[in-house]
Design a protein around this ligand. Sequence first.
Ligand code: MN
Length: 238
Amino acid sequence: MKTRREFLFTTGKAAMALGLSQSVASAFANNTKATQQATAQFAQKPLPYHLDALQVAIDAQTMDIHYNKHAAAYCKNLNEAYAAEVGTKQKSLEDILKKITKYSEKMRNNAGGHFNHEMFWQCLTPATTDIPEKLSQKITEQFGSIDNFKTQFTDAAKNRFGSGWTWLIQTNDGALQIISTPNQDNPLMNISKQKGKPILCLDVWEHAYYLRYQNKRADYITNFWKIVNWNFVATQLS
Ligand code: MN
């Protein structure tokens, strides 16, 4: 996929090739830029680490395909669904997710897909740390120990049938809960059986691990714990 800079460059060059002057070519490029900004509502944030930085758990090729192809496609398709179903009104992604039953299947899959992946990248880091005290206490209070929490989360991830996600969420009453959602659904959606604020998530679609782990999802989950960005996860707590 072309970056905006490359896109503008080629657009400008194309205009010049058509015999337009430099200033017309540049105005054409600027106009295209404005149109792009008006239509592309959502964009992927740059990854906060290199593609090969998480190799202890996830290889560079998987990260490349996952971020640059799968997640990019969710974002592109979300923008299409938004243009078709929301149009010029302004709605946040969270607003859409909370009323997802008002929208199409395409919106459900791609609004979820974009939100979930953007959160997932933030949950990972090449430099994992101890769990910050406040979060560690809260997890221990709720699950008995950090190890129990990890075991329960791991089981939920292993037992997710087919494609989906595993989540640690904070419910309205402040409690922590481990849940799992199918496909690209998430706990912000009104159709989710268990709702709450996402604190930590794990993608268990085969595209997230199959190149390296094949059918061994359990090994992928074991290694996931080596790259959790606990500092980010702790900031998600209310
Ligand atoms: Mn994915």
